[in-house]
Every structure is written in structure tokens, then in C-alpha cells.
Design a protein around this ligand. Structure first.
Ligand code: ZN
Length: 177
């Protein structure tokens, strides 16, 4: 399984609306290979999430996963995902992105989301996510509508280069999404 090159900020593919996947195409070799390559690329970087547009495929597929006791979540593959409910509470988290090298910034998002999507076998999923899982889902789904976390920042003064982040803000954990 090859590791795919990551599209970086400025690449027009990151600003496009991704096309939905025809459910009949999910089981094709091409689509299954794309999913495997997305996971491989995410693990290689390493990141905790990756959306298909980030490897220059403008289709509605995201993969994510994060090991860890406290804020870990299972490996998840979402095809044509939709958020059908946002919790009323907002939380602020540091975010980074494999398409935005060396920067971190604080983003405020709903703390709970309910998601409907298809899995890699074409089966329907319907689940609720909280914590880092909810943040990651919203971050990755933004990539499907041409948005990056910088667009969601309300206070640009928190934008931080990685070296300074490590120096001043490291106590706030923030994996690259
Ligand atoms: Zn990202």
C-alpha cells in the first residue's frame, strides 16, 4: 500500500466541494485501495485523521483513528458523512493539519456530534462522538466542503508556529489532524 503525497494549503483541491461516493462503487478495487492508502498515509505522517481531498481525490471519504486511553478513539472510515445533530456546548481545542505545515491554532466547535455515514462495506452507521473524536470528525468533514481549520478560527492571535507551540503551549496536547 503506497503512502500518497499530501496536498498542502494553496492546492485548489483543498478548496473544492468533494463529490459523494456512489454506494455501488464502495466495494470496487479502486475505492477499497483508496481507503487503504488513506489509512497508510495517515499512519505514516503521523496524523489522527485524513480526508480524501488531502491526497488530491475530491470524494467524500475520511479516515481517522487515535490510540490512547483518555482521548483515544477507534479507527473510523466515513463515506458520505453527515452531521445530523450538534450538541449545544462549545469547546475550544488546539488543531493542526497535515495540509498546513507547522501551524497550530485554537478552534471552537460543538463538543458533541451525531454522525450518519456509510462504512467501507457500504453499511449505514449512526453514532454520537464526543471529545477529540468529535473534533476530528468536524475537522475532517470540513475538508469535504473545502474548508481548513484556519477558516474556523475566531481568534487568529492563537495561531502558533510549531517550534513556539512546543515552547509555550505544549501542555495543551494537540495531535495533527
Ligand atoms: Zn486537516
Amino acid at each position: 500500500m503506497p503512502v500518497l503525497p499530501i496536498a498542502k494549503l494553496g492546492n485548489p483541491v483543498l478548496r473544492k466541494m468533494a463529490a459523494p461516493v456512489n454506494p455501488r462503487d464502495i466495494q470496487t478495487y479502486d475505492m477499497q485501495q483508496l481507503i487503504d492508502n488513506l489509512i497508510e498515509t495517515m499512519l505514516d505522517e503521523p496524523g489522527i485523521g485524513l480526508a480524501a481531498p488531502q491526497v488530491s481525490r475530491s470524494v467524500q471519504i475520511v479516515v481517522m483513528g487515535c490510540e490512547g486511553d483518555e482521548d483515544g478513539f477507534p479507527q473510523t472510515i466515513l463515506i458520505n458523512p453527515k452531521i445530523v445533530f450538534y450538541g449545544p456546548q462549545q469547546v475550544e481545542n488546539w488543531e493542526g493539519c497535515l495540509s498546513v505545515d507547522g501551524l497550530r491554532g485554537k478552534v471552537t466547535r460543538p463538543s458533541v456530534v451525531r454522525v450518519q455515514a456509510l462504512n467501507r462495506h457500504g453499511k449505514s452507521m449512526d453514532f454520537e462522538a464526543t471529545g477529540l473524536y468529535a473534533v476530528c470528525i468536524q475537522h475532517e468533514m470540513d475538508h469535504l466542503i473545502g474548508k481548513v481549520f484556519l477558516d474556523r478560527m475566531t481568534d487568529m492571535s492563537t495561531l502558533t508556529q510549531l517550534s513556539e507551540f512546543d515552547k509555550y503551549w505544549k501542555h495543551d496536547p494537540v495531535p495533527a489532524i
